[in-house]
Ligand binder design. Structure first.
Ligand code: SF4
Length: 750
């Protein structure tokens, strides 16, 4: 019997489950998603899927999908139209706002948002007038961001999944990728085939442990003692990378003192791991370099999560494994776009791109949004409220319980919005339940009914709004290795559900700030255009380099996954052909929009004197975390407590990326970032561009110092040198706290 060839159209998208970011072909026929295949040419999944990814279609066709808006009234769910729902919710929220202030409504967003939805959601909350906005990152990898950013500068995975093939050893702690990130395991196994030694450290014997050359069963909570026990042997035997430490790493002497306490006997006592095994692990990682260190939430979801991730980062610094292929701190993130939602500020203490909540940071975004700063301030009610951190998701219910006890007090939480978020993984379940029962209004926006809607024992005041799933809107997502990938809309939102952008538009219109929210974003048939949202993101995110990932470039990357070769197509050096997908941040543009993205952070081949960034290892860490923040260790104003550091222009321009660009290109990038671009810069000659850039950076550095409480970046580039390394003025004008005690890089370089 002859079979007819399928008429189905193929659409390429990205798996909606974990942050590995595998590509999927979706087969669509007559607007119905009928089948799916993994994409062979995707460098990350190479024609494979895990069981979760293979069920991506189920998200769309699942029979428990919310079909239409409903509300809970007198204990019964009642169907309502979108118009009724938006009107009723909107009226109620405006009343609550009027009575209790804008902070009385909490906007809880999602790591399942596209980048564009995440950004729009943060902007939406800002225009509503609150910093009470957060998402799942708070309870998964926020401790990683704190630990890693304070070691290296950016709180993200340093290398890539593919690069693990180049590792000679893999130190995997607190993770089980064989089950949680299954396709990433493929890369670990490839590395093993290449001869890498796999060491798995876990209290449990997992499926990943089954592949280990060395399985280390440690006592729960003894991660730091184990890592320091390993480091004790490394230092005792002189296996550390002395040159790297000397040239790049601050404060390692403090670590030596700390680690000296973790003798073999002491480490064995705390961890329960035989001392011989600890020594064997140390020898293995020392003899098999470069090696990667991978961790997941076994390390982060802890009361001392930041200490754990600091210790892991410092271990990699000691081995000289940072800034080189095969090395790195490779942190596997959870949800498909938790990295992007974090980068774009769905958080109660930052604006997009890790801008803090300071007045100047708000001014930056007001300029990008083309809105009057005073008007935004008016939405909050005062400068103080605008600059004040919101309540983190881990404690939103405290705000509700407080409201119950202080009915006349403003700014306590009276309405909760759970948008792609359920409280399943929150601790303090009884308080969560009380919180869900305590609000006047509970709005759940989700493709499926979730625990958020039913956990509280309520009779009224709950709305369930059907959202389109990840696969039913277009937009980009940033996977664990910082790579942005474009997802096509596979099918239209099912039943009466609507995409996130459209729902935000409906609410904004009801609240009367749609004109401001979408001032430079086209809205077509009530649906804001995802590409325009990304273009706005591109305009404002120079601190992390989301500026070069235009929608056009991302689409081109998806189209040419196997053969995209920036070396030939863009005329710049770039990733190895076929190895990369998406554009990992930082990727810079304009003017050229040719930056290939940053495959590996902190390239060791760029010396500190040339602008490479040094690292910080100076804070003591004890296994019980008590001494993590030795008094006075953190610069005043740094945001350690809340998890994230903030970046300054001075930090940015010390990164290696600047070395690839001409002075004119740097000038244009810097000017666009600082909102001082003028077209004549495009034709400035090199020496003119050089001097204008120097002046701009000096002004900008001074402004950074005023804007952002920067972490203590060593002021190593300060000096008289007129060369490339001095382009930032070397910290001139910076009022940053200096790392102390004559142990500075300037001293070392001298
Ligand atoms: Fe999806 Fe992650 Fe599985 Fe890949 S490894 S198919 S991204 S769940």
């Amino acid at each position: 019997q002859e079979t007819q060839p399928s008429e189905a159209e193929l659409r390429k998208t990205v798996c909606p489950f974990c942050a590995v970011g595998c590509s999927i072909w979706a087969e669509v026929e007559n607007g119905v998603w009928i089948g799916q295949e993994p994409v062979f040419e995707s460098p990350v999944n190479m024609g494979t899927h895990c069981a979760k990814g293979a069920a991506a279609r189920e998200i769309v066709i699942g029979d428990r999908r919310l079909k239409y808006p409903t509300k809970l009234e007198n204990g019964r769910w009642k169907r309502v139209s979108w118009e009724e729902a938006i009107n009723e919710i909107g009226e109620r929220m405006l009343q609550i706002r009027e009575k209790a202030g804008p902070d009385s409504v909490y906007w809880l967003g999602s790591a399942k948002f596209s980048n564009e939805a995440a950004y729009l959601f943060r902007k939406f909350a800002a225009l509503w007038g609150t910093n009470n906005v957060d998402h799942q990152a708070r309870i998964c990898h926020s401790t990683t961001v704190a630990g890693v950013a304070n070691s290296f500068g950016y709180g993200a995975m340093t290398n890539s999944f593919n690069d693990i093939h180049n590792s000679k050893s893999i130190f995997l702690i607190g993770g089980n990728p064989a089950e949680a990130h299954p396709v990433s395991m493929l890369h670990l196994l490839h590395a093993k085939e290449n001869g890498a030694k796999l060491i798995v450290i876990d209290p449990r014997f997992t499926r990943t442990a089954a592949h280990a050359d060395e399985f280390v069963r440690i006592r729960t909570g003894s991660d730091i003692a184990f890592m320091w026990g390993v480091l004790w042997h490394i230092l005792e035997n002189g296996w550390e990378d002395k040159e790297f430490l000397d040239q790049r790493v601050y404060g390692f002497d403090e670590i030596r003192k700390e680690v000296a306490k973790y003798t073999p006997e002491e480490a064995e006592r705390i961890t329960g791991v035989p001392r011989d095994q600890i020594e064997r692990v140390a020898r293995t990682v020392a003899e098999n370099r470069p090696g990667t260190l991978i961790w997941c939430m076994g390390l982060t979801q802890s009361t001392i999560g930041s200490s754990n991730t600091r210790a892991a980062s410092i271990l990699q610094l000691a081995l000289g494994n940072i800034g080189k292929s095969g090395g790195g701190a490779n942190i596997f993130r959870g949800h498909d776009n938790v990295q992007g939602a974090t980068d774009l500020g769905v958080l109660c203490h930052t604006l997009p791109a890790y801008y803090g909540l300071t007045a100047n940071a708000w001014k930056h975004w007001a300029r990008v949004w083309d809105l009057d700063y005073e008007w935004i301030k008016g939405r909050f009610g005062s400068q103080e409220l605008m600059e004040q951190n919101g309540i983190p998701v881990s404690r939103w219910f405290d705000g509700v319980l407080e409201a119950k006890e202080n009915l006349d007090q403003p700014d306590n939480i009276r309405a909760m919005v759970f948008w792609g978020h359920a409280p399943n993984s929150q601790t303090r379940g009884p308080d969560v339940k009380k919180g869900l029962e305590g609000v006047d209004l509970l709005v759940v926006v989700d493709p499926y009914p979730t625990l958020s809607a039913v956990m509280g024992d309520r009779q009224d005041g709950v709305y369930l709004l059907p959202a389109g799933s990840t696969m039913e809107i277009a937009g980009s997502a940033t996977n664990s290795q910082r790579a942005l990938q474009w997802r096509e809309k596979v099918v239209e939102p099912a039943f009466e559900s609507k995409g996130d952008y459209e729902i935000m538009h409906l609410f904004a219109r009801k609240f009367g700030f749609d004109k401001q929210l979408f001032k430079h974003i086209r809205v077509e048939n009530d649906e804001p255009v995802a590409e325009d949202i990304l273009r706005e993101i591109n305009r404002g995110t120079w601190t992390i380099g989301y500026t070069g990932q235009s929608p056009e470039r991302l689409k081109l990357h998806m189209e040419h996954q196997d053969k995209f070769d920036t070396t030939t197509l863009m005329g710049m050096s770039g990733p190895v052909q076929g190895e990369y997908y998406g554009l990992p941040w930082p990727s810079w543009g304009p003017p050229t929009m040719a930056h290939p993205g940053t495959r590996s952070l902190w390239d060791q081949s760029i010396s500190v004197a040339e602008g490479g960034l040094p690292f910080r290892a100076r804070w003591g860490v004890e296994h019980n975390g008590q001494n993590l923040l030795a008094e006075g260790s953190y610069p005043p104003g740094s945001e350690i407590e809340d998890g994230y550091p903030e970046f300054t222009f001075a930090m940015l321009e010390k990164l290696g990326w600047v070395n690839d660009l001409t002075a004119r290109e740097k000038l244009v990038i810097a000017a666009v970032a600082a909102d001082t671009f003028t077209p004549d810069m495009l034709t400035a000659d090199e020496s003119d561009a050089q001097s204008r850039l120097r002046q701009l950076l000096q002004e900008q550095n001074a402004m950074d110092a005023a804007i952002l409480p920067a972490p203590a970046v060593p002021d190593q580039a300060a000096g008289e040198d007129e060369g490339e390394a001095d382009l930032g003025g070397g910290g001139e004008g910076l009022d940053q706290p200096r790392l102390d005690d004559g142990d500075s890089f300037s001293d070392k370089l001298a």
